[in-house]
Design a protein around this ligand. Structure first.
Ligand code: FAD
Ligand code: EPU
Length: 335
């Protein structure tokens, strides 16, 4: 157990706050031991890669970093496999391992930062696929009882950037391993516009899962900042899901507003487009701001506080509300 340590190396925003106590665990016994040392009512943060966090103040509690490793083939049929990965595995390395074995289903989710264990938290998604499409089950440690519980896809109640672990079971479980059902007969999914055009650019007309992965990586690298170079946590806001009537109102001033079908007859708007139209794209205030290539991403050029970034996000929310009547919701976890 370490005391009074900087969390700067542990969050991709690169925010320099301190944690009272910090430890890592690489199996459930070590997790149980660390939780035994937790003081009564001591705040707890289970940390993966820190790529979906904004730390706005020192963490006056116990941070436990998940380092549970493992990659196991659990079941194999003629068409499918079930692979299980330890929650502390790096997501993209896990995707590459599956690709190496020609297991299909994760290629569109290439290069998403973070750990396998955090992937179900917000049902990570990109380029037309969400983990719910390939999720089989997960095992999680219940903090109050020390029991390991298995959650099926239905139990997780996945939605757009949502799961039970983000709402009703918030802070109650530690996800220890996650299993995915992948296919030996790939169904290539290039429905997300930019993939088709990227493959064309690469001169590929009959793509393999490896080509799709490479195309997704190229698109991501062309507009999303690399956290190793520029502090950020990906999309800061969710794309808002709004009634059709609101889209019609916005269309009166902006006939080309991008919008997509969403659940129960609603429409999804592109928050990046709204923020750009409102004039925020590339805006820099001292050492932080809105990314130049992707308005949905807030960035820390170095030395900013989480509070500054949070305040910027509040100003953007207010401005988008007043200009478009749309309420933006933060995707990033605020601490
Ligand atoms: P952390 O940031 O460490 O934690 C996130 C939350 O999950 C915290 O509340 C934490 O307490 C909790 N948590 C973490 N691990 C566990 C566990 N094992 N058990 C219980 N709770 C846990 N996301 C997408 O969905 N799609 C994208 O395309 C995408 N692109 C991104 C691009 C960039 C450049 C960046 C920086 C981020 C992007 N993200 C994207 C967000 C981020 O990568 C994902 O949310 C990722 O799953 C976070 O993983 P992590 O291990 O870093 O989680
Ligand atoms: N757009 C703009 N200006 C911008 C950014 C986007 O006009 O500055 C427009 C684009 O032209 C396009 C639309 O918005 O018409 C959508 O843009 P893009 O394809 O870049 O995706 P996004 O909606 O900005 C979402 C996810 C990303 C995910 C990509 C690809 C959310 C909140 N974000 O971004 O996820 O990688 O789609 O599927 O859903 C993350 O969650 O951290 C993340 C990066």
């Amino acid at each position: 157990m370490q005391s009074n340590i900087s969390l700067k190396p542990y969050n991709t925003f690169g925010i320099n706050v301190k944690a009272n106590r910090f430890s890592a665990f690489s199996n459930t016994n070590e997790l149980a031991e660390a939780l035994n040392l937790r003081k009564a009512n001591e705040p707890l943060l289970i940390l993966g890669g820190g790529s979906n966090l904004l730390l706005t103040k020192d963490f006056e509690g116990l941070v436990l970093k998940n380092e549970i490793l493992g990659f196991n083939l659990i079941e194999e049929t003629e068409t499918d496999v079930i692979v299980e990965a330890g929650a502390g595995e790096v997501w993209h390395q896990f995707v590459l391992k599956c690709l190496e074995q020609n297991f299909a289903g994760l290629e569109n989710l290439s290069l998403i930062p973070g750990s396998v264990g955090a992937s179900p938290m917000q049902n990570i998604g990109a380029y037309g696929v969400e983990i719910k499409d390939v999720f089989e089950y997960l095992d999680a440690y219940e903090i109050s009882t020390g029991e390991i519980k298995r959650f099926s896809k239905e139990d997780c109640a996945f939605g757009y950037r949502e799961s039970v672990f983000k709402n009703i079971y918030k802070d109650q479980y530690v996800i220890c391993k996650v299993a995915f059902r992948l296919s030996k007969n790939p169904k290539i999914n290039t429905s997300y516009g930019a993939i088709e055009s990227e493959l064309k650019k690469m001169g590929i007309s009959d793509p393999t899962i490896h080509d799709v992965s490479n195309a997704v990586i190229a698109i991501r690298q062309s507009k999303l900042p690399d956290p190793a170079v520029l502090g950020n946590a990906g999309s800061f806001f969710k794309n808002p899901v709004v009634p059709e009537s609101l889209v019609e109102t916005i269309k009166q001033s902006y006939p080309d507003v991008p919008n997509y079908p969403a659940e129960s007859g609603k429409r999804k708007l592109a928050a990046g487009w709204l923020i750009e139209k409102a004039g925020w794209k590339g805006k820099t205030i001292d050492t932080f701001g809105v990314h130049k290539l992707q308005a949905l991403v807030l960035v820390n050029y170095g030395g900013s506080t989480g509070k500054q970034v949070y305040e910027l996000s509040s100003q953007i929310i207010e401005d988008i509300q007043s200009k478009f009547g749309v309420t933006l919701e933060r995707e990033v976890n605020i601490l």
